[in-house]
Design a binder for this molecule. Structure first.
Ligand SMILES: [Zn+2]
Ligand SMILES: [Zn+2]
Length: 116
């Protein structure tokens, strides 16, 4: 997500917040962008991965929608414990994890099911 006073022609890293924990994007934080400025940071993605991919947990509720792809899917999803409206579907967790592993050499998914 972006801060409400963000100049859309000149978006700074610090204007970009993780939708799941609302931390600012800095050089130390890996971040993956979804649709319409939605974002998930590397640490939230790791928690989501552990929950949904490794733990087979599903936080879905009636009518939930993925914050990253804006779709309602039948996939299981992870819901931010801090911000009720933030969900990410399993497909987006996988795609984001693959993207982060490529873009950011430091980041890796936890657990045995990590992507190639
Ligand atoms: Zn986060
Ligand atoms: Zn999604």
């Amino acid at each position: 997500m972006r801060k409400t006073d963000t100049d859309s022609d000149n978006v700074q890293m610090s204007d970009v917040l993780c939708d799941f924990c609302h931390r600012e994007w800095t050089e130390d934080v890996a971040m993956v962008e979804g649709h319409q400025g939605s974002c998930i940071c590397g640490s939230c993605l790791r928690v989501a991965w552990e929950s949904v991919v490794e733990g087979n947990l599903d936080d879905s509720t009636e009518g939930w929608k993925c914050t990253m792809c804006l779709e309602h899917r039948d996939d299981p999803c992870y819901r931010s414990p801090a911000y009720d409206e933030a969900y990410v579907c399993r497909r987006c967790i996988r795609l984001s994890a693959q993207a982060l592993r490529k873009d950011d050499g430091e980041w890796d998914a936890p657990g045995p099911n990590r992507p190639e």
